[in-house]
Design a binder for this molecule. Structure first.
Ligand SMILES: [Zn+2]
Length: 488
């Protein structure tokens, strides 16, 4: 199958950030075979021609960090620091089953696709009562939508209460957290065996699925688990994903456990490299930025989530000046609450411009766009994220007869500052059209909403009950939070 997209405005996101007026794209199967001026395009015949004269073409966006089970509680959780927020979020997962994970992944995936994301990394943590915590259901949802996905199975072999800096006063909270983590406890080897079996079962790039290990966070894993997980990824040439230093409490705990920063500890285990991506990377040290630059590892910035639960801001300007490849994520809908990557793109282009800092290093629209396209693809070893011959055919077409692009002054600036996803017209993943005229092509959108509502309704009694329990933990967790910021 050969498709021609003729006479569009191409935002290639190649290394030179070339923009081509009157450009054309030829797709052969799942690959781009021509990207360039219309006048030089290869002769047909083509099986399908898309007229692009009122369209902008750009690479599909990569959402480099999210948690698909969270979509059913969007807009529901309080804006409170992560350690408190987490107790509420975990409460919402406790009764979820495969059909709920399916519905939740479908809902978030639909929102991503319709707003121009063609790949998502799902750092999957669900419910131990389900096989692979329910990750298979999320994979099915993304295959049904036609959304490329990297499913990074969460691994954690430490008891949660040992991984946060709780003070002496919190004994009843410790008990409650113990009850929570008892249901999740598994030996290191069991986690690793599960991870390998998961990869054997589902990894299939031809069906859009990449599977990989996803240690929860440095402080939540034994050194053995971190090393072995990296070994699995290395042997199978897969990426690996992990949370890093999202909150100050985590960085404090890292110092307590290792005497170094969390990233320095990872480096000492030999697991830092270009195929490792690290969500958040907020509370890091200047030496850590050098480590990122030297190793080629990718920090994944989640601006909306970091603002929503007040985690802090990743040093994005410092990353950029050190030549670090930053990627962008939405994070889960429990802390964001949307899954629209134009939202993340606009935020990253705005929030790092702060008074008194050197404006020469403020984030440029081209840098923000690189984060959400080629940097994300690079982090997961995907040959995508640019419009260039040989790359995978993951791209989107936006209408240019919309307010966001009228008048057309500077297309890259307008993508970053003006667009909100509503101009997205066509989305192509792996050479297949999955959104057309702004609507899902493979699934009925009303059915996606119906499934999500049905799952949320079924879960309600359990959510109410578990949230009431989580509330009892709040005072001690709040005390821990204030102690940490007092430096105690
Ligand atoms: Zn996360």
């Amino acid at each position: 199958m050969k498709t021609l997209i003729r006479n569009a405005l191409l935002v290639t996101m190649n290394r030179q950030n070339d923009v081509i007026e009157n450009g054309s794209i030829v797709i052969d199967g799942n690959k781009l075979v021509y990207v360039g001026p219309t006048q030089w395009m290869p002769p047909g015949p083509f099986d399908k021609t898309i007229e692009g004269d009122r369209r902008i073409a750009m690479p599909g966006m990569v959402n480099a960090h999210c948690h698909s089970p969270a979509n059913l509680v969007r807009g529901m959780l309080p804006s409170k620091p992560l350690e408190i927020w987490r107790a509420y979020y975990r409460a919402s997962l406790r009764d979820m089953r495969d059909e709920d994970f399916y519905a939740s992944a479908l809902l978030g995936g639909m929102e991503m696709l319709k707003n121009g994301a063609t790949t998502v990394l799902d750092h999957f943590f669900g419910n131990q009562a389900c096989r692979f915590m329910g990750a298979g259901a999320a994979i099915q949802a993304m295959r049904d939508l036609g959304l490329r996905h990297v499913i990074s199975l969460t691994l954690s072999d430490k008891n949660y209460e040992e991984t946060i800096p709780l003070g002496e006063t919190a004994s009843h909270v410790t008990e409650e957290i113990q009850r929570m983590s008892a249901s999740e406890a598994k030996a290191t080897k069991a986690w690793l065996d599960d991870c390998e079996e998961f990869i054997d079962t589902f990894h299939d790039p031809n069906r859009l699925t990449t599977c990989c290990p996803g240690p929860s966070a440095v402080q939540r894993c034994s050194d053995e688990l971190l090393r072995e997980a990296a070994d699995i990824a290395h042997k199978r040439k897969l990426p690996m994903h992990i949370h890093l230093a999202e909150t100050k409490a985590q960085a404090v705990m890292g110092k307590r456990l290792y005497g170094t920063s969390l990233l320095q500890h990872l480096a000492s285990l030999g697991v830092l490299g270009p195929s490792l991506s690290l969500a958040h990377s907020v509370w890091i040290e200047p030496a850590d930025i050098e480590l990122f630059a030297k190793s080629g590892a990718t920090p994944v910035h989640n601006p909306a989530s970091n603002l929503r639960i007040g985690s802090g801001l990743a040093p994005v300007r410092d990353f950029l000046s050190a030549g670090v490849h930053v990627a962008l994520g939405s994070d889960g809908a429990a802390s964001n609450d949307g899954q629209n990557m134009f939202d993340a793109l606009r935020l990253v282009a705005l929030i790092h411009n702060q008074a008194g800092t050197d404006f020469n290093y403020w984030v440029k629209p081209s840098q923000a766009l690189a984060m959400v396209t080629r940097n994300g693809a690079r982090a997961f070893g995907l040959d995508a994220g640019e419009l260039a011959p040989g790359k995978m055919a993951d791209l989107l077409l936006l209408r240019r007869d919309t307010a966001a692009f009228t008048p057309m002054n500077d297309v890259m600036s307008q993508l970053a500052f003006c667009e909100n996803g509503s101009s997205v017209d066509t989305v192509i993943v792996n050479g297949e059209i999955v959104v057309e005229d702004g609507r899902l092509k493979k699934l009925d959108e009303m059915e996606v909403l119906r499934l999500a509502n049905k799952a949320r309704e079924r879960l309600n009694p359990a959510i109410e009950r578990e949230i009431a329990t989580a509330k009892t933990m709040e005072p001690a967790l709040a005390e821990m939070y204030f102690q940490i910021f007092r430096g105690a």
